[in-house]
Structures are given as structure tokens and as C-alpha cells.
Ligand binder design. Structure first.
Ligand code: BF8
Ligand code: SF4
Length: 625
């Protein structure tokens, strides 16, 4: 395939061309070579026992059943449920690690970090009915830890964060029996119910799918975001440079890629150590250039203004520059093949988390109680590589500056004029029609779609139609590279949205952070409901979500927690569901009839925008605005 057909990201394109000249295979090449299995793509096969695997006929899905008699609806529902369980497990395991770090910081076991946002700690504690008045920070923090631990381990009863859900939405969940318990319980039950010979009624399986996904969005992910803010600071808008042009030929370039902020936060401390800085200088470098990629990059850039090199589809490409003196990773979305590409360019590739080793890669374990031992060593390895750089270096020039770090709290402040000003001005602008609605555009990039293309075209179309866009994850990076996260982007917005943006001084595209930070969108949406004038439940809002290039199981979990919360969600290019089945009908229509949101799938970004805007307009007319 021509490079122009693979990506619209200029720097990634330049590096694909270089990789081809260097004889290095990238995942773009494999995506072309490995055709997706047409049966697997539609999730029409089951391998839950050794009487199978059983393949169904996607053209005529009710023609046959599995050896055990499982119907296509049972099979697709079970597969979908297991994807939600895996995605939920990823977010909640990450969140639990953050919570453990919080506990160890409070107990004084971790000395390198401290509570950066005590105000948020008190606010969250109060919102969960923990007494704060006249109490020491440490006591409140310990109570908060105990309360939030329930998010993961609670066996029975509602999770603490249910206090944040709009009353009517919570009522719907109670009636359906899907108010989540601890994530461990929900994931366990999901896995059990989808094993051979257990739950074989797709509508009943759907209940547990929703319950599990809600344990992610309103549980594991939400706690992860809140605790990260408390520990490392709640983001507020900062100007940030993004794209491969942030690499510096005369500095030690270190890429940090993954998801848990602790690795990059510790790297920042190590890189600031005067002794280490001196060593870099002695090696002939002008300094240490720490650069984030993917979600941990996003997490930390909006807290510290750290530069960012790009999203999931660029993690191999960045190595092709030859300018990377070390790439270090923790968990999630780390392609195994990064190791081979790194080897080709003599870049040390270092794993740091015991849960995510990669065969052949150097593993330097990060111990939370003493993280700098690991991060100092990584930087020393990078300095050594800088000193002995052998491969020619080609750094693409392009970089773009944008504004990022719009936490829920900051949106409150920005629109309401004070930190507790409320969402009234946002709601008023939606009611008076200047803002038509709100869209979350989030999620991955995928070599099966033209990299970044759908994200950018979709968002342009939405803002042109006065839809305010909230972003997270790799999608946020796509728009940042395309230059739409600066205030100038208001020129591309419709008149109403542009007027609001100019008055407030905000871009029409607001970057909220990493994928776990989709929980910020849930909180913002809940606040819109509670503020009044836009209905009583999340399902009433003129809002929609989209992941145009999704690839991860995490995306399916996120998509479903939005749907179960009442939001219309469009996914790009494909969904793992067999066409023409009753399960598909339940996702696309039935859930909405029951009062939830619903799923849709579309290939073309303009079609995605059309579907989302049509839904927003439908909700507006139901609200009578
Ligand atoms: O959690 S958007 S490719 S990097 S899964 Fe991964 Fe998808 Fe990127 Fe972050 Ni989210
Ligand atoms: Fe086949 Fe049923 Fe076994 Fe699945 S559980 S592999 S459908 S026999």
C-alpha cells in the first residue's frame, strides 16, 4: 500500500518510508499481509470448550448451532461479554495500582511522591460522605482509601461512586439489577456466566455485560483518575508540543509509553537530578528530553507540560528516527514487536512492570517504594546509548502546539467563572442553541483504518455543526497533531460554538487526558444533568460518543459503559457482532428502548458525524429545545 493510504500523520508517513528503505517491517505492513478472519471479525465463533471451536455461518447465522447447542446470539453475547471483562480488568487493575500507591504514600512507605491536590482529596471524601471537618489530611485520606478500595473488592452492595450518578439513571440500573458491585466480583461473574454451559440467554448475558462495564466507568477508571489527580495534581490547561518534531538531535531522547503515570512521574524526578543532568552533559548532550507517548504521555503532559510524540500507531515509527536513546514501557497497548524495531535502531527497550514483560527485552522492575532506582538506571542506559549513537538519525520537523488538560474541575471553572461555578453556562448555551450538543471522540488508532483520518474528519464535521468535542486517548493526540486543540480551531467551528469559544477563550476541542479519564466525561455529563434544563437522566442529554478507529478490548468496555449510562455510541469500521442477529438488534435498538443508550457502527467519518448529530437533534427535540 502507498504510504498516503496508511496514515495522514506526516511524521509517521515519513518514518514508514524510512523503515521501508531500511528494510524494517512495521505493523502497517502486517495489517496488510494478515487478512482478518471474516468469521472472527463478526465474532461468530466460539472456543470456550474443546467440543469446538465452533464456527457459525455469518451469512446465515441461524443455520446452525455449536456442538453444545449454543446459538449465534449466545456465542456473540458471550464473546462481547468477555471483551468487556478484559477491558474492565485492564482499567481496574491499573486503578487498583494507583490506589495502592495512594495508600503507601499516606502511610509514608513511598517517600518520592506526596499528595499534590489535597483540595480534591477533601472534595471527593465529602462527596462520599466522609467527615472532613476538623480532621487531619492523613485520617481523611485513610478513610478515603478504605472507601475506594470497595470499588475493586466489594462483594455485595452499591459502589461508593454511585453517589455521583444522576438519580434517574441510578433508578434505571436498580430496576434492571445492574448497579455494579466491586470490579473483581463483576469480572469473575462475567467470566463464569460466559463459560461453557452457563448463561445461554443473550438478554440475561447483556445484564452482566452492562454491570461489568459500569464497574469500570463508574468504578475502576473513575477511581484511577481521581487518585492520579490527588497524587500528581489535577490538570489545568497547558500549552503542549506534540509530534515527532519534539525530538532533539543534541539531547538524550527518552520515550515513555504506557498507562500508569507513576513511571513517567518518577522519570521526571530522575531527569531533574543534578548529578544525572551533569552526566548527560559530560556525555556531550544538551540535556535530557523526556517525551511521552500514548496514554501515560497524555496523563503527564497535561500535568507538567511535557512534550508528546504521538499515538498508538506511531510507537514503532518513532523508533525508526534512530534518535531514541531509550524507550521504556509499563502496561497496555505495547506492541511486542517494538522490541525488534528498537533492536534494529540500537535503542534500549526496557519493560518496568512485573505484569508486562516482553521476551528478550531488558526488564528493570519499578518498585513503587523506591522508583528512582529503576528510572535512574533507565536514564543512564539512555545516556550511554546517546554517547555511542551509531545509526543515522532522521527527525521529522513537524510539531504542533495545542492546549490540553481540561479536567472536569477546570471546565467548571472556565465556564462558570469560579471553580464551583457549576455547569449552568454550558447548559444555557446548549439550551439557547449556540452549542448544539456535546460529543466525546475518543479511543485508539488502528492500522486497519487510515491512521488519524477518521478522528480528524469526524471532529471537524462535529465542530462545524456546533457540537462541542471532548477528547481522550489516542484520538486526542490525532487532533492535537492536526492543530485542532488550540484556540485558533474556533475558526473551524460553526458560528454558535465559535462565539462561545471566543467568549470563554477555549478551543472547540477539549482534551481531557488518558483513556481512564473518560470517567471525566461521565462526571461532566452527570453535572450537566444535575445542573438542570437538559432532562433528568444521562440518556436525556443531547450527547453522543465515538471511537472511530478502536482496536482494544478496553475500548469495548468504555463504549459499553457509556451505552449502559445512557449515551449513544458509534464505533468506526467494525464491531465484533454478527450482522442480522438478535444480539445485534439489542445493541443497536433494544437497549435504547429499555432506557439505556445504544450502539452503532459506521465506516466513514462523515457518516459517523451524521449519526451523532441526528441523535443530538433527536434529544434536543425530545427536550423541547
Ligand atoms: O488506553 S486509546 S490505543 S493507548 S486503548 Fe491504547 Fe486505545 Fe490508545 Fe491508551 Ni486507550
Ligand atoms: Fe462449541 Fe459450545 Fe464448546 Fe462453544 S461452548 S466451543 S459453541 S461446544
Amino acid at each position: 500500500l502507498n504510504v498516503e493510504d496508511l496514515t495522514i500523520c506526516e511524521t509517521t508517513a515519513e518514518m514508514i518510508t524510512k523503515a521501508r528503505a531500511d528494510g524494517v517491517e512495521l505493523f502497517f505492513d502486517r495489517a496488510t499481509a494478515i487478512k482478518p478472519c471474516p468469521i472472527g471479525e463478526q465474532s461468530a465463533c466460539c472456543k470456550h470448550c474443546s467440543m469446538g471451536p465452533c464456527r457459525m455461518n455469518t451469512k446465515s447465522p441461524y443455520d446452525r448451532v455449536g456442538v453444545c447447542g449454543a446459538t449465534i446470539d449466545t456465542i456473540v453475547a458471550r464473546n462481547f461479554g468477555r471483551m468487556v471483562a478484559a477491558g474492565t480488568a485492564a482499567h481496574t487493575d491499573h486503578g487498583m495500582a494507583m490506589l495502592e500507591l495512594f495508600r503507601d504514600v499516606i502511610n509514608g512507605k513511598v517517600k518520592d511522591f506526596s499528595i499534590k491536590d489535597p483540595l480534591k482529596l477533601f472534595e471527593i471524601a465529602e462527596s462520599l460522605d466522609i467527615v472532613t471537618e476538623g480532621r487531619e489530611l492523613k485520617d481523611v485520606a485513610l478513610d478515603l482509601y478504605r472507601e475506594l478500595e470497595r470499588t475493586y473488592v466489594q462483594v455485595e452492595g452499591e459502589l461508593p461512586m454511585m453517589k455521583r450518578v444522576p438519580e434517574k439513571t441510578l433508578e434505571l440500573w436498580r430496576k434492571a439489577g445492574i448497579v455494579p458491585r466491586g470490579a473483581m466480583r463483576e469480572i469473575m461473574e462475567m467470566m463464569h456466566r460466559t463459560a461453557m454451559g452457563v448463561d445461554q440467554d443473550y438478554e440475561n448475558i447483556m445484564l452482566q455485560i452492562s454491570r461489568t462495564a459500569l464497574a469500570d466507568g463508574w468504578g475502576g477508571s473513575m477511581v484511577s483518575t481521581d487518585i492520579s489527580d490527588i497524587l500528581f495534581g489535577t490538570p489545568a490547561p497547558l500549552e503542549i508540543e506534540i509530534d515527532m518534531g519534539v525530538l532533539k538531535k543534541d539531547k538524550v531522547n527518552i520515550i515513555v509509553h504506557g498507562h500508569e503515570p507513576i513511571l513517567l512521574e518518577a522519570m521526571l524526578l530522575s531527569a531533574a537530578d543534578p548529578e544525572i543532568k551533569e552526566m548527560a552533559k559530560d556525555a556531550g548532550a544538551k540535556g535530557i528530553n523526556l517525551v511521552g507517548m500514548c496514554c501515560s504521555g497524555l496523563d503527564v503532559m497535561s500535568r507538567h507540560g511535557l512534550p508528546h510524540a504521538g499515538n498508538f500507531s506511531s510507537t514503532e515509527a518513532v523508533l525508526v528516527t534512530g534518535a531514541i536513546d531509550a524507550m521504556t514501557v509499563d502496561i497496555q497497548c505495547i506492541k511486542q514487536d517494538l522490541k525488534r524495531v528498537a533492536d534494529f535502531y540500537d535503542t534500549p527497550f526496557i519493560t518496568t512492570n512485573y505484569r508486562a514483560k516482553i521476551e528478550g527485552a531488558l526488564h528493570i522492575p519499578l518498585d513503587e517504594q523506591n522508583p528512582l532506582v529503576c528510572t535512574d538506571e533507565i536514564i543512564l542506559k539512555a545516556i550511554a546509548r546517546f554517547q555511542t549513537r551509531k545509526k543515522p538519525i532522521q527527525i521529522p520537523r513537524k510539531k504542533t502546539t495545542g492546549v490540553h488538560g481540561f479536567s472536569y474541575e477546570y471546565i467548571n471553572y472556565m465556564l462558570g467563572g469560579s471553580f464551583r461555578g457549576g455547569y449552568t453556562p454550558l447548559n444555557e448555551n446548549i439550551i439557547n442553541g449556540r452549542i448544539r450538543g456535546v460529543a466525546g471522540v475518543v479511543g485508539c488508532t488502528n492500522p486497519r483504518s487510515k491512521h488519524d483520518y477518521s478522528h480528524v474528519e469526524l471532529v471537524k464535521e462535529l465542530i462545524k455543526n456546533d457540537v462541542l468535542v471532548l477528547q481522550t486517548g489516542c484520538s486526542q493526540m490525532a487532533l492535537a497533531k492536526a492543530g485542532l486543540t488550540g484556540p485558533d480551531a474556533a475558526a473551524l467551528a460553526g458560528d454558535g460554538l465559535a462565539e462561545v469559544c471566543e467568549t470563554v477563550g477555549m478551543p472547540p476541542v477539549l482534551g481531557l487526558g488518558a483513556c481512564v479519564d473518560n470517567s471525566r466525561i461521565l462526571i461532566a455529563a452527570s453535572e450537566m444533568v444535575k445542573t438542570g434544563g437538559l432532562g433528568e437522566s444521562l440518556a436525556d442529554l443531547p450527547a453522543a460518543g465515538c471511537a472511530p478507529e478502536w482496536m482494544s478490548e478496553k475500548a469495548i468496555a468504555i463504549g459499553h459503559y457509556f451505552v449502559a449510562s445512557g449515551i449513544y455510541v458509534v464505533f468506526g469500521h467494525t464491531l465484533p457482532v454478527t450482522g442480522g442477529t438478535r444480539f445485534e438488534k439489542l445493541l443497536f435498538e433494544g437497549l435504547e428502548d429499555l432506557g439505556f443508550g445504544k450502539w452503532a457502527v459506521a465506516d466513514d467519518p462523515l457518516e459517523m458525524a451524521r449519526l451523532m448529530i441526528a441523535h443530538i437533534d433527536k434529544k434536543r427535540s425530545q427536550l423541547g429545545i
